[in-house]
Design a binder for this molecule. Structure first.
Ligand SMILES: Cc1cc2nc3c(=O)[nH]c(=O)nc-3n(C[C@H](O)[C@H](O)[C@H](O)COP(=O)(O)OP(=O)(O)OC[C@H]3O[C@@H](n4cnc5c(N)ncnc54)[C@H](O)[C@@H]3O)c2cc1C
Length: 401
């Protein structure tokens, strides 16, 4: 190897390993610099240690970015989901298993480590090198080359791929310093915020419900406009709320200060109105307790100021409306979020209009490529964030040739 490496990748996470593989497959001599002592720490903790590697279906509405839908579509077209699945199954020997209920794909081994090891081994087999405990603290472009400061080492590269991730769960190595390096190379950074994050409440009625999990319909709403609708599980926690419904909705709440409205019953207001007419002798408790856990039913009745044994047919119109509103249109009292320390991904980041969408090469510094969470794209719960990391990394890696 010459003293100037052809392609250096900063970060050995999901995106960095994949970018390294495709740069090596494109014929580049690749060195990956990783600040921690091992690769893919986030892969290891993902999906509760099982790694929800990919979704089984994907659509543009599964991703959020400040950039246009067309930009996102164009990028995902470069590596369709079925081909990414085939890459794992047939090229790096990670058989996948579909979790029917959720549509998520996991490695058949149900262990994250097989994914991390498969990517790492593929990179090493292609002649790539990973240098651990190598935190890049500065990058300059000198002449045509990148000069990277890395502790006492100085490393030069012809091409540079930044795959430094975001700022969430910083003890995995993604401490946000990559944004600073990118800034020094001419990039901006859309404000970062915790996304896919549990939310907090100070409404004691709800914190008393910790441990309850149920499927709900939710909508994020701002100024009367629905921003997104969903139907998945909500978990009451010690601090407030979590579970896929909350994580998926959270970026609207954190970034856009939207309201989060819950239908705990999955039965529409109209249907409830009809049920009250059809079965007037039923008690308020009886109508709810078939549908939601008893502790939640009790809390909802308390909130609606309806007595346990009130017969729904006898409720005055105003009270009936209030009752239906509480069970179908409950505005969760959100007091905050659990922050970047626990958020699964970081929103914001480098805008896509600062990269060439055909190559992911920077428009600010030639020879620099960006991929993964550092860019302004996030996906919903379900394997969509790894899918983004892999698609963007392959394109960046292959484009170094
Ligand atoms: C608890 C948890 C569970 C998750 N589960 C899932 C899941 O099941 N499915 C899913 O799709 N997504 C999941 N995610 C999200 C997913 O992990 C990320 O979207 C993905 O890891 C982003 O990949 P990346 O390579 O861009 O960044 P990262 O994985 O964050 O990798 C960045 C790498 O760069 C290194 N680095 C950073 N700065 C420097 C520097 N200056 N010098 C050298 N190295 C540096 C870091 O140490 C790190 O290794 C989860 C996230 C968390 C936190």
């Amino acid at each position: 190897m010459s003293s100037t490496t052809e392609t250096v990748v900063i970060g050995a996470g999901a995106a960095g390993l994949m970018a390294g593989i495709w740069a090596a497959r494109a014929g580049q001599k690749v060195v990956v610099l990783e600040s921690t002592a091992q690769a893919g720490k986030k892969i290891l903790i993902s999906g509760g240690g099982r790694c929800n590697l990919l979704p089984s279906v994907a659509d543009i509405s599964d991703f959020y970015s400040g950039s246009s839908d067309n930009a996102i579509k164009r990028l995902f077209r470069t590596w369709p989901l079925e081909q990414v699945q085939m890459f794992f199954e047939y090229e790096v020997d990670v058989p996948l298993q579909l979790e029917g209920e959720t549509g998520k794909l996991f490695p058949q081994a149900q262990k994250s480590i097989v994914v991390r090891d498969a990517l790492q081994n593929e990179l090493l087999n292609l002649g790539g090198e990973i240098r651990f405990n190598h935190k890049v603290t500065d990058v300059k472009k000198v002449g045509g080359d990148f000069v990277l400061a890395c502790g006492d080492n100085v490393i030069s590269a012809k091409k540079l791929i930044m795959a430094t991730g975001g700022k969430s769960v910083p003890n995995t190595g993604s401490d946000g310093f990559g944004y600073e390096i990118a800034r020094r190379l001419g990039h901006s950074n859309l404000p970062n915020y915790p996304a896919l994050v549990p939310l907090a409440t100070n409404e004691s009625l709800l914190t008393d419900l910790r441990g309850i999990s149920l499927r709900v319909e939710w909508r994020a709403e701002k100024n009367g406009k629905t921003l997104e609708l969903g139907n998945n599980d909500l978990l009451f926690t010690h601090h407030g709320f979590s579970g896929p419904a909350i994580l998926d909705a959270s970026h609207w709440i954190v970034r856009d200060k939207a309201d989060l409205i819950i239908n705990f019953t999955q039965v529409s207001s109209e249907e409830w109105r009809q049920r009250f007419i059809d079965e007037p002798a039923k008690t308020a408790h009886a109508v709810l307790s078939d549908i939601v856990p008893a502790r939640l039913a009790k809390a909802l009745l308390e909130k609606a100021n309806v007595k346990h044994d009130d017969r729904v047919g006898n409720l005055p119109a105003e009270k009936r409306k209030a009752f239906i509103d509480v069970i179908c249109n409950y505005k969760l009292a959100i007091s905050g979020n659990r922050g970047l320390a626990v958020a699964e991904v970081t929103g914001g980041g480098i805008p896509l209009d600062e990269v060439n969408l055909s190559t992911l090469e920077s428009k600010k510094t030639s020879g620099l490529y960006l991929c993964g969470e550092i860019l302004d794209v996030i996906g919903r719960i379900g394997g969509y964030n790894f899918y983004w990391a892999f698609v963007s990394a392959r394109l960046a890696g292959e484009s170094t040739k």
